[in-house]
Design a binder for this molecule. Sequence first.
Ligand code: GLN
Ligand code: ZN
Length: 769
Amino acid sequence: MTTESAAAATRATVYGYPRQGQNRELKKAIEGYWKGRVTAGTLRATAADLRRRNWRQLSEAGIHEVPTGDFSYYDHVLDTTVMVGAVPARHRAAVEADALDGYFAMARGTQDVAPLEMTKWFDTNYHYLVPELGPDTVFTADPAKQVGELTEALALGLTARPVLVGPVTYLLLAKAAPGVAPGFDPLTLLDRLLPVYAEVLADLRAAGAAWVQLDEPALVQDRTRAELNAADRAYRALGALTDRPKLLVASYFDRLGDALPVLAGTPVDGLALDFTAAAAANLGDLAAAGGLPGRRLVAGVVDGRNIWGNDLEKSLSTLGTLLGLAERVDVAASCSLLHVPLDAAVERDIEPQILRWLAFARQKTGEIVTLAKALAQGTGAISAELAANRADLASRRGSPISHDTAVRDRATAVTEADTHRAQPYAERAAAQRAHLGLPLLPTTTIGSFPQTDELRAARAGLRAGRIDTAGYEERVRAEIQEVIAVQEKTGLDVLVHGEPERNDMVQYFAEQLTGYLATRHGWVQSYGTRYVRPPILAGDISRPEPMTVRWTTYAQSLTDRPVKGMLTGPVTMLAWSFVRDDQPLADTARQVALALRDEVRDLEAAGTSVIQVDEPALRETLPLRAADRTAYLAWATEAFRLSTGGVRPDTQIHTHMCYAEFGDIVRAIDDLDADVISLEAARSHMQVARELAAHGYPREAGPGVYDIHSPRVPGTEEIADLLRTGLRAIPAGRLWVNPDCGLKTRGVPETRASLENLVAAARAVRAEL
Ligand code: GLN
Ligand code: ZN
């Protein structure tokens, strides 16, 4: 094989594109349909039009092979569940009555039937609907969506490649259906699932697909021998089919590792690898495996998860190495472009110079095409693009935004002592007990209170210019007064101000920190029709002035009980933003931590004795491979300690996390050295309390006793029972009483009733001590 033959065949492609449309037309159409304002026909037409526009946009930009089947009304894993006929029993009637309504019922639930569970798609901020399988699951092929979308693209005269969730990843992402006996492993269904994939592949081929992409991102996680064997079996079986398109197995988000030689040993026709997140590892592994002679390699060299412009020269150098390792090398983004906003060009509030550093989906498409052109025609063909790229990279590197000397000097000067509180926990606990004088089983909430109609109206009014800042802040103060009054009346021990001034727990701080950028249209799908606009950690981070102090002190001025200060921690600030790609995450985390440290100290100086620093994302951003976790947890916990380490011993630091799976980070939770942690526990009957106890967690903890994901008001006796269960794991001197999470999404009446029951339960159980 010669370089020329690989180069000549090079194609530009992507695995998926943002679904919503430039003006979020899809969201509007779907939500309109739910409300009965948009007919099914109109929704379908809107969706088909968006798909057509996306394909045209891709093809006009120079993408040779467009993806199909990546479109979704809600979620591509749910689409796969439909494709393989794995509709849960409780939804079957709805799906049979009306496929579209049944689909949305699986996604969102109905009055009577619970939806599928939703969880994070690997370490991204996209959420998928978890397949529910059991030993009785019968798979049947339903290729209509895949075949239909392929046919639409082919009708436009385009070369198209259907993209499917692969069978191994589908099963690895599934869970046992409710009622299935414990110990059931969905992977045991592989042999039943493969014939269904075979049928879909045959139908796609009949409809005109030359290639089909099977996404197997689950193979970039640590996998057991049995799981790798399953991948081997799956792709030997699918590869052996006679009536099939060519198969491209795609991996992304991390190195393919042990799965690489496994897949390379099967008769699949090509592999797609991520050369951003795991470039060096994948390159090394690929070379060690002897490359992919005679096969297609799709090289994900453009970062599909971040918004920074590509370093074209660096990508060309990677591609140059790869040319010698496969029959044909195609250029792509590292993963579906679903995870980035659509178009940077529409951002009007970002300085033109800075805008040139950014690449959203549309700009990334251009980068992919440019790189493919260089492979096909030589770098001379892209000399103008290379020159512009060099200039943009230099402008970013040299910008005072990227380099703030004061911030850097301060980060370098951080000492070991700065990352620890001066006294050990036991001494602090005694000082805090004396200082705060709280009862046993103290009651508190997690921070936010329900967003009232008045508040929403004021926020909309401010945006539309109907009211001014002073008018808006008056509303915020009124909300704080109300929230404080309610908490006093309810009898809570440690109060909060309710967070009415915050639109979002990350954005609120991002807007006030120097070095962060906000977008106006940078929407990214979180789940279904919910889109978020993550802020961009663009440069060195500093805090020009206090961010929360005036609201917390205002709340404190209204009551004699302690009001808890409320901040978002450094790890969560990174996890829910686009991060810098020009320095280690640890460095960015340290800068954010130092800004928060000043805020924590200012709160303390203003008389705040209890300060909560939320880190719900600590568990979420855990690296996919276990080997990378120790390093991550080291910098993550250090950043938290740096932000909270500067206070007096009698100032009590709280933290909060939502997730219920702690086994693998319980050590790290201890390393945070917070005085009190609150966690979600109501649905798992205090499971987390037992886990903390099993690991000898020595500090105070508030496992949630009120499930805030439901409008249901928990009864006093029910909460008291949970507390008694909690007391079997955590002694009375260390147990707090609080809801699972913030109350932002709840209604006012149910919240009041629930908190009254929570306080009554705490009093009842105190009396038993
Ligand atoms: N303090 C935040 C709130 O109550 C915490 C939210 C979260 O954990 N996601 O809303
Ligand atoms: Zn939470």
